[in-house]
Design a protein around this ligand. Sequence first.
Ligand SMILES: [Zn+2]
Length: 418
Amino acid sequence: MTDSPRGTAAETTTLLLCGARLTDGRTVDVRLSGPRIEAVGTVGSLAAPGPAGRHGTGTRIDLRGYLLLPAPAEPHAHLDLALTAAADGPPAGDIADVQRRATEAALLQLGHGATAVRSHVRVGDVHGLRALEAVLQARRALRGLVDVHAVAVPRLLTGAAGADGLDVLRDALKMGASAVGGCPDLDPDPSGHAEAVIALAAEFGVPVDLHTAAGDPARLARLAAMAGGLRPGVTLGPCHGLGTLRPDAAMCAAERLAAAGISVVALPQGGCGGLETVRRGSAGLHTPVRLLRRAGVPVAAGSGALADLANPVGRGDPLEAAFLLASYGECDPLRAYGLISTQARAVLGLPEVRVEAGFPAELLAVRGDTVEGVLALAYSRIVIHHGRVVSRTSAVREYCDTSTDPALDLPRQSHRDA
Ligand SMILES: [Zn+2]
């Protein structure tokens, strides 16, 4: 289903993507050079990459029938919990087991199109730093295919157990976690928990990404007051509790988040990796994305659970998150795609991608003509990371006429969606 050509030489790879459709309706050729888009022009206007030479090798890819988009990023995964739903018993949970599942889950998400994945990883408590070590090993193994970012998520940061929690969190950041997470709703002192996370993030100069339902306006106001001005930024998710507030109270809370520069990651698939605040009991609640955006909050969308106990059928497909947002009427399809791509990359602190010269060559080609079309049906996909094809999924559908009655006149042609 996926392939993974990883060059080993440090040579510059040139790719010419031919005949791709863009969301503005143009059909273009796109030349990639190394990790960047070098040129975008009308079909046939760009010189084909030459044969292998001193400056590198070139390849031509026919993208007629494909829509070319900025690649999605996954802003909220749980790679340490992924793919545990089908297990007979509890997962082994040792480093090898977590690394194997984390690698497989990240590759699944890459196959869907996400060239960067931010994963929350539990630290402290019974987990120690084992799960983080495993996810960081998976990150190293996947380098060149997909960028994995780890958020260290402690359980308790206040009271008697809090000191231990803070020590583990410090160790996690020194090991290579790239953001501080937390679950203030699960701590006996939610504001103390958030305060500890924010202070540590400020000390290390890393972003904050907290789990919260955001259903308590007073608590949210305290958090916004603490987080305001913190760089490189604070993200909250999934904030489905905002949907339980009266519209005026929800708007007031959203305006506080916007004023503090806090981003929100919605998880329209509902479940989220085993954290009690967002188990499936709350899956019917939707983050009020339209209201948040109206208030000026930067909103991204992610997948959350990938076949773990929070959502045994979670697919980790960003296009599904966009599909759901468009289906719920929270966004039009093009905006919904922006939430899983441009906005998700912004949450991860990654540079913007546009299909224009000079931008990073992080791209997803999906069989189809329009964003509406590819959100409705996205079987065949080609994923480009760092200027190279890193995954290709091709679907073939055939309609078979089993009837012996010619009067039925069923369509006999096969539909090749590849
Ligand atoms: Zn989560």
